[in-house]
Write a protein that binds this ligand. Structure first.
Ligand SMILES: [Zn+2]
Ligand SMILES: [Zn+2]
Length: 168
């Protein structure tokens, strides 16, 4: 198998070399032939090198064919690679999606929300006050008093204790 590949490669290398020679030779002949043809047209002389153009064109064609044949495998291999790459990318995309499913993107943390405290207002002056305060910072009136049943702070004018539920 390896032997055969080697042989194929050598044949292909020969094809490539021949292709290059033919292409280069054909190109040179075509250029020289064309130059000769056009200069002959200008000067009215016989285009002595015109045959180079006639010989060069088929050589160019042969060279191009040989090159195409020599590189065909590489070309098709490249095409396959490109096709495979094309096949692979959806898989990669699918994998990415699957990974995304496994580790769902955590929703952007909402701006830190300070726990909403019930706004407490002083019954005397209406100033807001912190629930832990016993006296209003604005007017000094009593805001909370200890519950006579459980001892926890309740509003100064509360009718019932919010902690134990007993009537004050
Ligand atoms: Zn007050
Ligand atoms: Zn109580």
């Amino acid at each position: 198998m390896a032997e055969r590949n080697k042989k194929t490669n050598r044949t292909k290398l020969g094809l490539k070399v021949l292709g290059f020679i033919f292409t280069a030779g054909g190109l040179t002949c075509t250029v020289i032939g064309s130059a000769s043809f056009f200069s002959a047209l200008g000067s009215g002389e016989l285009p002595t090198l015109f045959w180079l153009l006639i010989a060069g064109l088929p050589m160019l064609t042969i060279g191009a064919s040989l090159l195409t044949f020599g590189f065909r495998k590489e070309l098709s291999a490249t095409a396959i690679q490109i096709a495979r790459a094309g096949e692979n990318s959806p898989t990669v995309a699918a994998q990415t999606v699957r990974e995304g499913e496994n580790s769902p993107i955590e929703p952007a943390p909402l701006p830190e929300q300070t726990p909403k405290k019930a706004t407490l207002r002083c019954p005397e002056c209406g100033a807001e006050y912190d629930a832990e305060l016993n006296f209003c910072e604005q007017c000094g009136s009593e805001l909370t008093k200890p519950c006579p049943h459980c001892g926890k702070p309740v509003g100064a004018h509360a009718a019932f204790c919010g902690h134990c539920g007993k009537k004050i």
